[in-house]
Design a binder for this molecule. Structure first.
Ligand code: ATP
Ligand code: MG
Length: 327
């Protein structure tokens, strides 16, 4: 659809966390390095927090791609924090290929401990990754504390990565969990992007999507407007830019203007309204444009669904970063 119009090979602003689109800001690099180093050096317990949509799941996917290169790492990846303690342990066992059904909590814990110890004796690493960890109940966090006790004097036998929104920090700060908090070996936090990073982020995504001239598609004042509305949150930036491309395509203009960004931000109720729309004073024109945009959005959505189905049929192609600055 709009890809041909803007000479793009793929959609630049998908909101799915695709490692091939990673823009390595300093904070993203540091956070990924902490996760990677924590696992490789068997530090035990690592926590990553960040506001909604700042790239936590993306970093986990990057990490898992890196870890998959080494055959000595097995991991369980839990992305549903709303489980009961038994369900949580069953899920971990199942993900690690261990029998899980019909076992009670202590059987599951014992089995997991045996598995982790035997892997460690063979110099193999085992990782428990929990995304959306801010949803974990205190009970589950207490189970996790027990798992952090699996250790030798030199190293931890199970590497545990907890990743979640800032509420996770609050939970870990609570009195009940002070023992768990003391076991955290590395801790990092993802913040929103600043204006320069937002510019780099948008341009990198456009370049990776094949744009022959990213700065002319999103000129500096347009990027500033994106920054103002998106507040440097990558997921919001994607939503704004994706919809701005659809709107520019609907208008058949090859450069996204600040007014288009304002209009998209208004549609998405993003709050700040700085540039009033030009040339759209007639309600009728607005309505026609809105209807066109809605149709185009729907069409784009259906296309995304279709390509996602395709993706499920073919193995995920992932390229992390050529120069691996975080190792
Ligand atoms: N550094 C980055 N480079 C490229 N894309 C990024 C980066 N950071 C975030 N994104 C993109 O922003 C979107 C949101 O990222 P992601 O889903 O990882 O956020 P999250 O922190 O896990 O959010 P939530 O708290 O809702 O789970 C995704 O499309 C992701 O690819
Ligand atoms: Mg996430």
């Amino acid at each position: 659809m709009y890809k041909a119009f803007f000479n793009l090979k793929r959609n630049p602003f998908e909101i799915t966390p695709d490692p091939s689109f990673l823009f390595p800001t300093r904070r993203h690099n540091e956070a990924l390095a902490a996760l990677y180093y924590g696992v490789k050096r068997r530090k035990g317990f690592v926590v990553l927090t960040g506001e909604v949509g700042t790239g936590k799941t993306l970093l986990l996917r990057c990490l898992l791609q890196l870890l998959k290169r080494n055959n000595d790492v097995a991991y369980a990846y839990v992305f549903n924090g709303k489980l009961s303690p038994v369900e949580f342990l069953q899920y971990i066992a199942g993900d690690l290929g261990l029998p899980a059904s019909g076992k009670n909590k202590s059987e599951l814990l014992l089995q997991l401990a045996r598995y982790v110890i035997s892997r460690s004796q063979k110099q193999l690493t085992t990782v428990l990754v929990v995304d959306e960890a801010h949803h974990l109940s205190i009970d589950i966090l207490e189970e996790i504390r027990l798992l952090t006790n699996l250790e030798t004097p030199e190293e931890k036998l199970l590497q545990i990565l907890l990743v979640g929104q800032p509420e996770l920090d609050d939970k870990l700060d609570s009195v009940e969990l002070r023992q768990l908090k003391q076991r955290i070996a590395l801790r990092s936090h993802l913040a929103s992007l600043d204006l320069n990073e937002t510019r780099g982020y948008i341009e990198r995504r456009l370049q990776l999507a094949g744009s022959p001239n990213a700065p002319s598609l999103f000129p500096p004042e347009t990027i500033e407007t994106v920054y103002r509305h998106g507040k440097g949150i990558p997921r919001l930036i994607n939503t704004i830019c994706e919809n701005a491309l659809i709107a520019a395509y609907a208008k058949q203009i090859r450069s996204v203007t600040p007014e288009i960004i304002d209009s998209v931000a208004t549609d998405f109720r993003l709050g700040v309204q700085t540039h009033p729309m030009e040339g759209t004073t007639a309600t009728e024109t607005m309505n026609v444009q809105k209807a066109a945009r809605t149709l185009l959005e729907l069409y784009a959505h259906l296309q995304r669904e279709h390509s996602r189905d395709e993706e499920l049929r073919t193995p995920l192609r992932v390229r992390v970063i050529e120069h691996e600055p975080y190792i």
